[in-house]
Ligand binder design. Sequence first.
Ligand code: DGJ
Length: 726
Amino acid sequence: MIFFDKDTLQFQLNTKSFSYVMQVRDGFLLHLYWGEKLSQGDHSYFFREQGRAAFSPRLEGCRGFILDDVPLEYPCWGRGDLRTPALEIENTDGSNIVDLRYVSHTVQAGKPGIPGLPAVYVENENECETLVIRLQDAYSKVTAELYYCVMADYDILTRYTRIINEGEGSVQIRRAMSASFDFDKAEFDILSNYGTHCRERQIERHALKHGRFILSSRRGASSHVHNPFMILTSPETSETAGDVFATVLVYSGNFVAEAAPGQFDSTRAMIGLNPEEFSWKLNPGEDFYTPEAVQTYSSTGLETMSHNFHTLFRTRLARGIYRDARRPVLLNSWEACYFGFDEERLKKIGTCCGDLGIELLVIDDGWFGKRDSDNCSLGDWVVDKRKLPNGIEGIYNHLKPLGIDLGIWFEPEMVSPDSDLYRNHPDWCLDIADIPRSEGRNQLILDLSRKEVCDYLYDSLAAVLGTGMIAYVKWDFNRNMTEVGNPNVPADQKREITHRYYLGLYSLLERLVTDFPKVLFESCSGGGGRFDAGLLYYMPQVWTSDNSDAIERLRIQHGTSLVYPLSAMSAHVSASPNHQTEHVTPFMTRFNVALTGSFGYELDPTQLSDEEKQLVLATGNTFKSYGEAVSKGTYYRLRDPHGGDHAAWCVVSEDRSLCIATFVLTHVRMYGRNERFCLRGLKPDAVYVDKNSGAEYRGDQLMNFGLHVPLALEFSSLQWILEEKA
Ligand code: DGJ
């Protein structure tokens, strides 16, 4: 996996399908290649010694090249490279020069964890080899250790940086990227997710132009607006052909992903903590770890990229018993009752769930304090006896004989000004002294960078989870950060608070998932405002969007699938007309779209007609039969809902003996075309039987001619369950 040639000072990192090559020259760590796999050998000639100056100074003692014109692995600010740096340090004397040169390297089997941060893991040492390259500034003794973890079978390379102050005075890290990439060309398309609350992760693609293209969040969360990844492709790249260079950041807070074609038509890209809202004081002897960046390369289009990320995130980032187990069919109370429930109503819903084969009832917002609306009680995680006079136990005891588990909602990171917690600890929230705090949804954010706050939250949640009655937690986060501060933190460390907040959140989550291993945690942030790889390490599924409309979900789920697996996407059948859009959509379309790895209902089952109840029973059984295969299967995007009048996809089981294909008609036109669509990922010679019609097809027919789609009504859909004939 990792080769080092001591004569040419080249590092070659090989996965199953791609290579990544670096070389040390004049002490600088240069980037030589990232692309299709190369045989092991000397690739020195890849380096171009053009020495173009173009107003860029030549570094003293460095004959061969002008720094501004060479591909660098971890570029720094202050010497001859005048492009965006990966690392910027404010030295003890206030200067901001850092000049990292190669010192040494080590190679080890396995993959070390990153202290305090979520990271991809391995199950045995053979799955990964790790290269650590040590670079140092000879004057300041600022040292960077670049970690390269090669997971060859997964076609994954992960990277992060440890910065150590080996000098004698304190320094400030102003900017520290997790990974930086220099390409020697500028012809790229960039793909991103953009959006807002209820319209998350739409896909946008366009050509990269000169200048700096930045995707970022400074909102104190990875956010609904952009997602922490960067995908660069060749202009002609499609789902199934062409180059893709992709990186995902394993982090939930402020991030930046940047791509910038430069003056010589090379491109520098990078990903990491957003430096606009960050700095970190490093005293002598201290170190700092960046979050992990996970990168993959595909020469066969976006599909392979997605498959690489899906497999990795599902099996080597998600953890716990629900990583591999089928998730329960759940019913969430939010769109069923909002704040308006009591024990009586929940029991009726519970009884109905029992009749309908639903396995888990989740009590969403409104069960604690005196919360009848969103204007109070966050922080007071004690049952509201007005609504639930017999406590959680009253509901639990009702559900238990019905075979239904109980789930519950928390928004632990928040506090309402009208709460006992706030009255007792008004100083516990993010705060800049003397400046009024902004409320969002009538709430303030607790400062999770403080240990006492995290301890309070641990105790509050543990008191509920420790009863053993709770099988599932929905962990919400319903506003972004403002007035980030803490009057007790010195001025030169104020910009550490957001990152320290996330270190606090991650350590709180680590304690909870360790101490309550049987609880299924689902993350949520007004839907998908923190749908990121960082939280997937603790919570294997995410409430994908507060928009539960099946037609709106097509784009949201399609966009989410660029990077994240179906097992992570929570999707529910909601009522029709839909509560957000008022779309009227057939039940089967709502089900077909909601059939991801984490499935449930977002409606009041007591209000369903008999016919709808039959559909709930039947579709619940479909999820129980196929949900695990869907969650572990390979997902193929077949028709893009951003583009036309329809959406289509299929999921193929690991052994390719099962395929579930779905087609949704989103717009009806007069004299519509003779629609058919081709599947992918099947065994060409196998015969597949359509479970519903009994029709038989060969894999090669399904992949090359496809299936007819006799749909005529807007928002109607078809789903084929195709099983290999024994
Ligand atoms: C936002 C979530 O996304 C919803 O599903 C629901 O839990 C509400 N918060 C409750 O306040």
